[in-house]
Write a protein that binds this ligand. Structure first.
Ligand code: F6R
Length: 369
């Protein structure tokens, strides 16, 4: 069943190019327009949406956090991302013009289900992004957009995360198309970029041995920090979550811009810090800001492990280790940058002799509150 891999998690990491490709499959018509057949919500309702709230837990919430950057950019609709268990208990502002997007691999997470019910009672339409057919949350939603990642067995989510980002991006592009925020050729070109991702994800996986070797050499570390900015920020949060749940190591993700507002005090000699570096070709000089962060933490003794784009010569000068990923548009980089972090957590847990498919205290689907 593990298809020759040591663990389901390893297999599912290797499944990721397919998870993304299959989630993209069959979403355009002969004219190249995006069609989301399963999204049975009246177009007039979708045109009138003035706010999107993504509700989810854990890794699924981080995929929503990534999608927020893309959907706001493409559609100019404000997007909030809220942990499902926080959403229901804070009297959220939700009405008929709110589109709630519930993201869940299992489709059974009780916190997310309760939030879906609450949102619908307030008159919101709910689209769920779900991996498991026949589960409860899609049944209780107005519409469902399935991720086609295939069954995810390992407790720690990997391929579902990439498929969730892909599906949320499709939803964002669909809304942009419907509401006229983007020209058809812009949408077509963004879809082409997305369709190019499985090949690039495969490249990152093929480079995994260097990540594994690095993880093995760090099996005695007890605290790891992760920094990212823009879409790299939720990637940092996800990298930290993977390490906590698999290797039982204290790990924390930060927005790189927050460093000087506190977390830099954590840095001392030898402290491992992962940094997700934005593309040097991206806008707003984000790249140079993150490179400065690397210099700042390195000057204070950090051991910097950097995820950077092929050809990023600037980073090479300042990083202790670089995990290279292929070039991609900024908004698509999370689909690549998270992969070395997944492999790192898996390899480090394995080096510690832990069961990566079944970490202690955790269940695959959390059907209690
Ligand atoms: C982390 C992980 C959990 C789930 C969360 C939501 O690796 O697996 O954080 O992402 O429990 O589960 P679903 O997506 O089934 O609602």
């Amino acid at each position: 069943e593990k298809g020759g891999f040591d663990s389901f998690m390893d297999k599912e990491i290797h499944d990721q190019p397919h998870a993304v490709a299959d989630t993209l499959l069959g979403r355009t018509d002969a004219a190249g327009n995006l069609v989301l057949d399963d999204l049975r919500i009246d177009e007039s309702v979708l045109r009138a949406v003035n706010k999107i709230i993504v509700i989810a837990c854990g890794t699924a919430a981080y995929s929503g956090h990534v999608a927020k950057y893309a959907i706001e950019h493409w559609c100019r609709i404000p997007v909030e991302v809220e942990l499902a268990h926080e959403f229901r208990y804070r009297d959220p502002i939700v009405d008929e013009r709110t589109l709630v997007v519930a993201v869940t691999q299992s489709g059974e997470t009780m916190d997310t289900l309760m939030a879906v019910r609450h949102a619908r009672e307030q008159g919101a339409k709910v689209v769920s992004i779900v991996n498991t057919h026949g589960s409860t949350i899609p049944r209780e939603s107005d519409a469902v957009l399935y991720t086609h990642a295939g069954p995810e067995i390992a407790v720690a989510s990997t391929k579902a995360f990439l498929a969730q980002i892909t599906a949320a991006y499709l939803l964002g592009l669909y809304l942009a198309q419907l509401r006229g925020n983007k020209f058809p050729d812009e949408i077509a070109s963004l879809l082409d970029d997305l369709r190019d991702m499985p090949r690039k994800i495969q490249t990152v996986i093929e480079r995994g041995e260097y990540v594994r070797a690095t993880a093995r050499s760090m099996s005695d570390c007890d605290k790891v920090l992760f920094l990212g900015r823009h879409v790299g920020f939720p990637v940092a949060l996800e990298g930290a979550l993977k390490l906590k749940e698999l290797a039982y190591i204290h790990a924390e993700g930060f927005a790189a811009g927050e460093l000087k507002h506190g977390p830099i005090a954590l840095i001392d000699e030898g402290q491992p810090v992962f940094v997700v570096v934005p593309s040097p070709r991206g806008r707003d000089s984000l790249h140079s800001k993150v490179v400065s962060n690397i210099q700042e933490i390195r000057a204070r003794g950090a051991h910097t492990l950097v995820i950077a784009e092929d050809g990023d010569d600037e980073v090479r000068k300042y990083a202790d280790e670089v995990f290279w990923i292929p070039k991609a548009p900024t908004l698509l980089q999370p689909l690549l940058a998270v992969v070395p972090l997944q492999i790192f957590a898996m390899a480090l847990a394995t080096a510690k002799g832990l069961d990566v498919d079944q970490p202690r205290n955790l269940a695959k689907s959390v059907t209690v509150e």
